[in-house]
Ligand binder design. Sequence first.
Ligand SMILES: [Zn+2]
Length: 112
Amino acid sequence: MSTLPNCPECNSEYTYEDGHLLVCPECAHEWSPTAAADDEQARVIRDANGNVLSDGDAVTVIKDLKVKGSSSVVKVGTKVRNIRLVDGDHDIDCKIDGIGPMSLKSEFVKKA
Ligand SMILES: [Zn+2]
């Protein structure tokens, strides 16, 4: 479980990890998390079974999911590797073989 700090430049809470750096999508600031404070409130994202998910986990889709803006469907049982947890209604960012980058809801996956 990891907790990302707010952006030190603009205090945005929508920061995300990119390799060894943290990135702010709002002002494009990048910085190293080693200096980050650890007093941020923990945000826990759980899968359909209540297991805590972390960045880099592999999950399995438990429901056919339509891909927004296309006719593709992510089938039940699709394995998704190396997820990235994000803020928002769809709280998992990932890349699915044959489909590409997309967002999932944690309630529709289970930890592989
Ligand atoms: Zn920022």
